[in-house]
Design a protein around this ligand. Structure first.
Ligand code: ARG
Length: 403
């Protein structure tokens, strides 16, 4: 084994990373610095500090990354209307490069030669962490205990915890919890009974959205202001990116917006089933498409839609810090210069529907589209020629086929 001098560990304070902390200290016999990111996961972070202190950690970093997460990662991604496999809003995928960026930053600051994470060998998250570290600082080594130790299951993990007097948390029902990843964009839940895709997810997996059956009978109308592709206000009130997303999560959660039960294809090769709750992100995706519908040129909008699956897959597969993602981002950002204005949505029992949109940069022309008498010259005979020429090859084709 290579000699490691100092390690920065991505530390949540949860069971897995508490065990990893212990294991790193024992295995490498070196100093471990813990880094805990506040990404708006809605958990107390002070217990993480207390646990790290108990484990003898001298350098404990707890950093509030909420604004950076939303303004530099979530919003750029939403400009693309990114969805993986048509449905997943990438809530976990987009958080990993940000965590990796800070792991690398702290490693450089404290002179650590390695970073460590608690992602398992079967998931996407290990790939995302490590590709990001590769891209940001190739000199830093990555330690992934889940791929190195002989713990092979959650059962064995619990045994290790017991042996080392590490407290094992249980959910409200006293059971071992699901595998949950939460941040300001989403909560994802995997594992246990969800591993059978034929089985209906139990109600208690949902954490931040009410059941649509319990959602209010009265719809709620909200107006979102956009500037150059990014949301900037709600109901006329300007807010910071993280404050806005927090507000949309609140609104969406109350009206059951953004639940998703999905079987997806992991980059590593297997299918997995998860439950996602992305209330604010779901509202913002609908609203962003609403403002784009009047401000983007047709060909520009269609080009964006063509590259979107590719862009989403790059993020899903962990290539946030890669040249091709940056190139696509430049294209996407360029398209947003006039994506400004206001969109009004109705939130009602699980849906977030655009009901009106307006923009000073609108390309929409009522005069052009109207069924009524119009001031703009539109010669209907032009349409006749347009159709005749577009139909030319179809007439040849049909004649050849003998129709
Ligand atoms: N399957 C999702 C993804 O790959 C969520 C992963 C959640 N991570 C976790 N540690 N539970 O983006």
């Amino acid at each position: 084994m290579t000699k490691i001098e100092k390690i920065v560990l991505s530390y949540s304070g949860g069971l897995d990373t508490s065990i990893i902390l212990k294991w790193l200290q024992e295995t490498y016999g070196c100093e471990v610095v813990t880094f805990t990111a506040d990404l708006g996961q809605g958990e107390e972070l002070e217990p993480a500090r207390a646990k790290a202190e108990m484990a003898g950690v001298k350098d404990i970093r707890i950093v509030d990354l909420r604004e950076e997460f939303v303004s530099d990662f979530v919003f750029p991604m939403l400009r693309a209307n990114a969805l993986y496999e048509g449905q997943y809003l990438l809530g976990s995928s987009i958080a990993r490069p940000l965590i990796a960026k800070h792991l690398v930053g702290i490693a450089r600051e404290v002179g650590a030669d390695a970073v460590a994470h608690g992602a398992t060998g079967k998931g996407n998250d290990q790939i995302r962490f490590e590709l990001a570290v590769n891209a940001l600082d190739p000199s830093i080594k990555v330690i992934a205990p889940w791929r190195q130790w002989n713990i092979r299951s959650r059962m064995q993990l619990l045994e290790y915890a017991e042996k080392h007097h590490i407290p094992v948390p249980s959910d409200k029902r006293g059971e071992a919890p699901f595998s949950i990843d939460a941040n300001l964009l989403h909560t994802s839940t995997e594992g246990k009974s969800l591993e059978n895709p034929a089985e209906v997810a139990p109600d208690h997996v949902y954490q931040r959205t009410v059941d649509p059956l319990d959602a209010p009978d009265a719809p709620e109308i909200i107006t979102i202001g956009f500037e150059r592709g990014d949301p900037v206000s709600v109901n006329g009130k300007a807010m910071t990116p993280a404050a806005l997303l927090t507000e949309f999560n609140e609104l969406g959660g109350r009206h059951s917006v953004g639940r998703l039960d999905l079987v997806e294809n992991r980059f590593i090769g297997m299918k997995s089933r998860g439950i996602y709750e992305t209330p604010g992100g779901t509202i913002l995706l609908a609203a962003h498409r609403g403002i784009e519908s009047i401000t983007l040129d047709r060909a520009a909008a269609h080009l964006k839609d063509e590259i979107m699956p590719r862009y989403a897959e790059l993020i899903y597969n962990g290539f946030w810090f890669a040249p091709e993602r940056e190139m696509l981002q430049a294209l996407i950002d360029h398209s947003q210069a006039f994506v400004s204005g206001e969109v009004t949505l109705r939130l009602y029992k699980g849906s977030a529907s655009v009901i009106s949109r307006a923009s000073p940069c609108s390309l929409y022309s009522a005069d052009l589209v109207t069924f009524e008498e119009s001031a703009i010259a539109f010669d209907h005979h032009d349409a006749e020629g347009f159709i005749r020429l577009n139909g030319l090859r179809l007439r040849s084709w049909a004649a050849r086929n003998g129709r």
